[in-house]
Design a protein around this ligand. Structure first.
Ligand code: C2O
Ligand code: CU
Length: 554
């Protein structure tokens, strides 16, 4: 095994965007953070030193962490935070995974600026025999707040609502010229006519699912969440926070005099007000041989026309069709490992819940109430000792293994006033516990209209297969008959349709404690999360490894 070392210093750095200058939390002073690039099978050791007077942790989003849950990163789930001045080495091996993933802080809302690409080069050549790839280009979407991110987080958690919109979306940290003072902060990628490029697209935004398109060009999707797909060509893509998408782009257009094509990302929302409706743009710049034209990387003069192939903000039809086109490869070298039979089906609602405002407080949710969020009416509270540690040491005081499993067809969102529904939220730390090797199906049922976005549910420690999804209520009799157990998409984050459901299947073959949560940061803060324990199996190779000696104490 090859060992790859990286040094991450979590530190402040003064950054200016959209006419505002503020201290931003970074890794090694970079915003966005450095790219980690390794090979399949490598042992990765990231020495994280916390140089801020706050806690922090780092999560390797989508890396399976086989038996190494101690290196997964979510605060109070698999570790206690790394305190100011302290160091912790994340030590894990990348087993049987290849493609684009990413890393981000997993403490509070620090991932607003602490994130970067995590690239795993394959051992075998790409299965889709593309033309020679000229270059691989990370495209990371993020969000910028003019204000202090801790203040934004406090507003959301203390008052249970309020404006959640950021001040700009960004491409590789750059807002682009549609925002004030941002012409110089525009992402421009130079390409050569006739060549093919691999774009590694990551949605690191805190709270928004995004459409992305490049004017006049099509994109061929070849991979999602570091799993190859059957290639398909599309005019634009949809990507939810937490997800990654690799696409091939061929520079097959004849550029006009400025040689530039606009690329753009904007949110997909089912209702627009009062959420952010702004757009980030960047440019593809065709290299020219004409010496008369300047080759400086400046955007062209305004006005800027958005790509006509960029879907409208409420384009649910495009969103649904795009997601239905994603299929795993299911080839000899990359067989689809979807469980065809299951040992257990867990149905869980996911919802936003309005609660009366506590006395003497101001609430900003909706008619002076505040929001919580929940799964099966359990609003998740982080314990004070990490669940993994409690589990490993058999300390049962910090959590209980009685996550309620809702029987089918006992919920109904149709016609129910979403504001009055689910008022009986319970608060606590209940986890779902399954034996090693369980073939598990989880049906995620969205229950209200209040939310204008899909919920991107992310499962740590496992990839899963999306065997079915639909609008309305899941029907335990009828819907499983329509499941795709041949070539369903395999991912680590699924956008559960607004007012609908998604069924995912996985092999619970990674012993440890795993976080399952909405990747919209505000929903996680309100409790849209659960813990998931896979017990160790009988064989030595089926058990959780002991904790590293430098694991941060609680
Ligand atoms: Cu990308 Cu629990 O996170
Ligand atoms: Cu959500």
């Amino acid at each position: 095994t090859v060992i790859k070392h990286f040094h991450f210093n979590v530190e402040w750095k003064t950054v200016t965007r959209v006419c505002h200058t503020k201290p931003v939390l970074t890794v090694n002073g970079k915003y966005p953070g450095p790219t980690i690039a390794v090979h399949e099978g490598d042992n990765v050791q990231v020495i994280v030193t916390n140089k801020i007077a706050r806690n922090t942790t780092i999560h390797w989003h989508g890396v399976r962490q086989l038996r190494t849950g101690w290196a997964d990163g979510p605060a109070y789930i698999t570790q206690c935070p790394i305190g100011g001045g302290k160091t912790y080495t994340y030590n894990f091996t990348v087993v049987d995974q290849r493609g684009t993933l990413w890393w981000h802080a997993h403490f509070s809302w620090q991932r607003a600026s602490v994130y970067g690409a995590f690239i795993i080069y394959p051992r075998m050549p790409f299965p889709f025999s593309p033309p020679l790839i000229q270059a691989q280009i990370p495209i990371i979407f993020g969000e910028w707040w003019n204000g202090d991110i801790e203040a934004v987080e406090n507003e959301m958690t203390l008052y249970g609502g309020g404006p959640n919109s950021s001040d700009a979306y960004t491409i590789n940290g750059l807002p682009g010229p549609l925002y004030p003072c941002s012409i110089k902060d525009t992402f421009i990628q130079t390409i050569e006519r006739g060549k093919t490029y691999l774009l590694r697209i990551i949605n690191a935004a805190l709270n928004d699912e995004l459409f992305f398109a490049i004017a006049n060009h099509t994109l061929t999707v070849v991979e999602i969440d570091a799993v190859y797909t059957k290639p398909f060509t599309t005019s634009s893509i949809l990507i939810t926070p937490g997800q990654t998408t690799n696409v091939l782009l061929t520079a097959d257009q004849i550029p006009d005099s400025n040689g530039m094509f606009v690329m753009a990302a904007r949110p997909y929302l089912t209702s627009v007000f009062p959420f952010d409706n702004s757009t980030t743009i960047g440019f593809l710049k065709y290299k020219t041989t004409t010496t008369s034209r300047s080759q400086t990387n400046k955007p062209p003069m305004p006005p800027y026309t958005l790509p006509s192939n960029l879907p409208e903000m409420k384009d649910t039809l495009f969103a649904t069709q795009f997601l239905n086109n994603l299929r795993s490869l299911g080839s000899k070298d990359y067989p689809c490992r979807v469980p065809k039979k299951i040992d257990k089906r867990v149905i869980t609602t996911i919802s936003l819940n309005l609660q009366d405002c506590p006395l003497n407080q101001t609430c900003k949710g909706y008619s002076n109430k505040r929001f919580y969020a929940s799964m099966n009416n359990q609003s998740f509270i982080r314990p004070s000792v990490s669940i993994l540690e409690s589990h490993y040491r058999n300390l049962k005081s910090e959590f209980t293994s009685d996550f309620p499993e809702m029987p089918p067809n006992t919920f109904n969102y149709t016609g129910v006033n979403p504001v009055t529904e689910n008022m009986n939220t319970e608060f606590g730390t209940k986890v779902l516990e399954v034996p090693f090797g369980t073939r598990l199906e989880i049906v995620l049922q969205d229950t209200n209209f209040l939310n204008p976005e899909n919920h991107p549910i992310h499962v740590h420690g496992h990839n899963f297969f999306i065997v079915g999804s639909g609008f309305g209520n899941f029907d335990a009799e009828k819907d499983p008959k329509g499941y795709n157990v041949v070539d369903p998409p395999e991912r680590n984050t699924v956008a559960v349709p607004m007012g609908g459901w998604a069924a995912i299947r996985l092999y619970a073959d990674n012993p440890g404690v795993w976080f399952v949560h909405c990747h919209l940061e505000e929903h996680t803060s309100w409790g849209l999360a659960m813990g998931f324990i896979v017990k160790s199996g009988k064989e030595a190779s089926q058990s959780l490894l002991p904790p590293p000696s430098d694991l941060p104490p609680c």
